[in-house]
Design a protein around this ligand. Sequence first.
Ligand code: ZN
Length: 403
Amino acid sequence: MTPANHEAARRAADLDHRKFAASRLWAVAKMPYLATALFAADLDPAPGTGTVGVDRRWRVRADPETFARLSTDELGRLLVHLVSHLVRDHAARAEVSAPDAADRWNRAADAEVNDDLQPLALVPAAAPDLPGRFGLEPGHVAEEYLREVRGDRLWDCGSGCDGKIRPGEGAERGTGGAAGIDPRQATALRLGLAAEIHRAAGREPGSVPGGWLRWAETVLPSRVDWRRVLAAELRRQLAAVAGAVDYTYRRPSRRAEPAGPVILPSLHRPIPSVAIVCDTSGSMHAQLLGRVLAEVDGILARVGVRDARVLAVDTAVHAVRRVSSSRQVELAGGGGTDMGVGIAAAAALRPRPSIAVVLTDGYSPWPTEAPKGLRVVVGVFTQRRAPSSPMPPPWARAVLIDE
Ligand SMILES: [Zn+2]
């Protein structure tokens, strides 16, 4: 490369950091309770991508040419939108709900995010999807929208939205040196934000859009009844599972007759089934676990699950029972804890459950990756939990059980 070419390449990778700072201040003024999240997002060049998106380490990855075309206000709207994906952890949710549907997930997640930005006139022109575009009601989450959403995404919001790591993103330092933040820091940041949103809503009722309040409630379960959080989570997961309509050849379609020897696929709605993985290690209080299990049972019945299987797990799986009532469950076990073993055992059950509810005090190693096709909700008993004990992994939905 000649020095002149080199200089041109360097300029092409240049991003106007002052413009970024101005857009960020503009965004903070519009949504003050998202300030910490907006300031956590670092700018990093991503030449040739044709987009301004976010990665899983909270870096704003910007194609310098695309970046240069956006006005300060439009960039500000886009920043609020992209940071909303990060705060709501759309990447981890995509891994569970849309591992093979990145484009549709991006659109569904955009509808969820923009739903709360519309009343504030903050929907970015570049990524304008709203629930109404797909004939859907507002106030729902991406997992529910995903069922009806079709077509390619209008704007690539990045791996921070769809979970798919792009080339050059894996490193701790980005192309321009931006470090971003790690999953542990992101979890702490979300907790702080949820508290800030609660305070803002308390100071000035109506100032925070409903979707943000609902989000804060699920992140701050200690402020609300864990039963409500678990029920809401199960309903959300069940809605996603029940919506996973697939065409199956298992049962012949009634349309098969006129078609002669050709077997047509029939529409098959899987009935969601639930496995409950109970941590029965020495650190767990058996009486407390029994009581919570009875309550989980009640919650399952209310959301329409009649038949759950219960696994008693410490470092091995001791008992698998098909129960219609927790009274039928014997809790065997003791010793150490490895909930990864329990999750793997749940995933291996036949018929295969679609949701696993793990009840534990959290003193457990966790698998680094989500089990394929199994949604995991972790109820963490906080009573005996030391602040240093590892939180459930980001791919699982955690609910704190305060007793
Ligand atoms: Zn988006």
